[in-house]
Design a binder for this molecule. Structure first.
Ligand code: FCA
Length: 342
């Protein structure tokens, strides 16, 4: 469009020998107006580290909803590792996308993401896991939407304490398993929040057991929990928390393998997607007592709309948006989900 105006202007000027200042100025100011991008020419990538995880499936679903509503096209790509991620970014550029939303497989790839986006003239914003630079500092120039990790972790801890008290457990005899993934800042902050809430309620620090998962999926949590439970035979009752529903579910399954069931385990995850809903749908309760529901709608729909507006209307997203959560259990799941518009 801009080029077409410039061409017409140039032809007019040279054909007529017109040097009238006003006409020339008019042409140049017209050409300088940023062209509004037509919705159907907007293409946005949505790259996620774990496409098989229900949370990311939900994010994609809500991103699709945004695409349908606004009329842009959405390219969903699973980026399980750095190599796939770099290929996906180049691929988006080859497809003439103008921007992408990303939850990277490793936040330390932040600078590589920023460079690849710049090189390909793509706008970029992150979701869920905030990208960091070489020294581990969040990259402030990449807009981000994540969860308020520490606060949500505290809600997990408070929920655990409340349920433990309502069951009349003696906390001196209860173990608390922290399924850790400390290399990811949001994961560390989440479990730290839970830990602090337990301690604030007087839970004995000596009863807290750390297990480190190698990846952020159910299987890795299951493996790590099995090892930790083998070493810790002293506790017959457990509180369980971790960075997401998968971390808690893996631990709950490992506990079941040792005969520790819903009357001996209180697990509270973070997420509230199918991983949690499937547990709640079982005929009888499991050790997966609850989850702090966070919003895949905000993280999928809103990030995509923000990216769309950035591209089409030149309106940059807020530099940092942190979303909240609400404790959801078998009992209140319908109400809580409705409150979140899910
Ligand atoms: C991270 C986790 C996901 C989800 C998301 C909000 O990316 O890996 O499970 O909790 O944050």
């Amino acid at each position: 469009m801009k080029n077409a105006i410039r061409n017409v202007c140039a032809q007019l000027l040279s054909a007529t020998g017109f040097t009238l200042f006003t006409l020339a100025a008019g042409c140049f100011s017209l050409a300088a107006v940023p062209a509004a991008q037509a919705a159907d020419s907007v293409k946005i990538g949505f790259l996620v580290k774990q496409a098989e995880e229900p949370w990311f499936q939900d994010e994609w679903r809500y991103a699709e909803q945004a695409a349908k509503e606004k009329g842009f096209s959405l390219v969903k790509i699973g980026v399980a590792n750095g190599e796939k991620m770099m290929a996906a970014i180049d691929n988006l550029a080859a497809q003439k996308a103008q921007g992408f939303v990303i939850c990277a497989p490793d936040v330390k790839l932040g600078m590589a993401v920023e460079r690849a986006a710049k090189r390909n003239n793509l706008k970029v914003m992150s979701v869920d896991d905030q990208l960091v630079d070489g020294s581990g500092k969040p990259i402030a120039s990449i807009p981000h939407m994540g969860i308020s990790a520490y606060e949500i972790g505290k809600q997990v801890g408070q929920g655990l304490i409340e349920e433990m008290k309502s069951r009349g457990w003696n906390m001196a005899e209860v173990g608390a398993m922290r399924m850790a993934f400390d290399q990811l800042p949001t994961a560390r902050e989440r479990t730290q929040g839970a830990l602090d809430a337990l301690k604030a309620a007087g839970f004995p620090a000596a009863n807290i057991v750390d297990a480190a998962q190698a990846k952020t999926d159910t299987e890795s949590a299951f493996n790590a929990a099995n090892i930790a439970l083998t070493k810790q035979t002293k506790f017959k009752r457990w509180l369980v928390f971790g960075m997401n529903d998968e971390a808690v579910l893996g631990t709950v399954r490992a506990a079941e393998g040792r005969g520790l069931r819903s009357d001996a385990v209180i697990g509270i995850g973070i997420g509230g997607s199918k991983t949690a809903l499937n547990e709640f749908a079982k005929p009888s309760p499991t050790g997966f007592y609850g989850t702090v529901l966070i919003s895949p709608k905000r993280h999928g729909y809103e990030t995509s709309v923000n990216m769309y507006k950035w591209i089409a209307e030149n309106k940059a997203p807020a530099p940092l948006t942190l979303t909240t959560g609400v404790l959801m259990t078998r009992r209140n799941q319908g109400d809580v989900r409705a409150e979140f518009g899910l």
